[in-house]
Design a protein around this ligand. Structure first.
Ligand SMILES: [Zn+2]
Ligand SMILES: [Zn+2]
Length: 251
């Protein structure tokens, strides 16, 4: 369903925020206000931040308090389904969340008539999420690396901060300009079993046999063409000046 305007054009000025954003929803609000439904349970779920339960409950509700959209406009920014986005982390944590919008919907809270705008987000895990379980991966995971998952949740649409791009590792390395909203993905993380699902498809490099880390410096052997970390082959990058390099195996 596309969120388009409907025949009902009369709006109160106090509703400007929502009239700019979602005309369809505004109509709903007026309709429901007349009916004066009372249900405190939605409020309780909201306070407990149980957003998935709010959606399930709203979908089961006979009164149509649940709507789905292709896009949503909040504070002048439009978010669409399939957008990759950065989501504010409520906890005082280092990294914000990254995810893909799968669904956009709204739930009209029956007692307060407050409109709850939600997005179902498919999560990407970040470095800090992974190294809790795989401490040794700290060496090869890039700070801009994200790990796809099969996990999704509803979030409040207003917690979305900005769009981001997620590319594969090769494209990321070749990017001319890397800003903080560019991420790369090459591995999937199994949230339940706390492991990578496709690690065997990733090429390993160097004597230490680790995946490529775009943030580290590598040197290629002129004979076998294999790549090594400077550190792992006892080279100091500052002292190295375009000389040929032959690795320990080929020497
Ligand atoms: Zn190495
Ligand atoms: Zn070699």
């Amino acid at each position: 369903m596309h969120c388009t305007n409907v025949e009902n054009e009369q709006t109160s000025k106090s509703n400007r925020q929502s009239s700019e954003t979602l005309p369809t929803i505004r109509k709903r609000i007026q309709k429901r206000t007349e009916k004066g439904l009372i249900d405190a349970t939605f409020k309780q779920l909201y306070k407990q931040n149980k957003l998935d339960e709010i959606v399930t409950k709203a979908q089961e509700n006979n009164e149509s308090i649940y709507e789905e959209y292709d896009e949503i406009k909040i504070h002048g920014t439009t978010w669409k389904i399939n957008d990759n986005v950065i989501i504010r982390n409520g906890d005082d944590f280092i990294e914000d969340y990254v995810g893909t919008i799968q669904k956009i919907c709204s739930v009209l809270e029956p007692s307060s008539k407050k409109l709850i705008c939600l997005c179902k987000v498919q999560w990407y895990m970040r470095k800090s999420d992974i190294i809790i379980h795989k401490p040794r991966a700290r060496q090869w995971i890039g700070t801009q690396e994200v790990f796809s998952t099969k996990t999704n949740n509803y979030i409040l649409a207003q917690t979305i901060m900005q769009k981001c791009t997620i590319v594969d590792c090769e494209e990321f390395v070749n990017m001319q300009k890397c800003d903080s909203t560019a991420y790369f993905n090459r591995l999937e993380w199994d949230v339940e079993n706390k492991k990578f699902t496709n690690m065997n498809k990733i090429q390993l490099y160097c004597l230490c046999q680790q995946p490529w880390n775009p943030e580290l410096n590598y040197i290629q052997c002129d004979k076998c063409k294999k790549w090594y970390h400077f550190q792992c082959v006892d080279l100091v990058i500052e002292c190295y000046d375009d000389k040929d390099y032959i690795c320990g195996y080929c020497n």
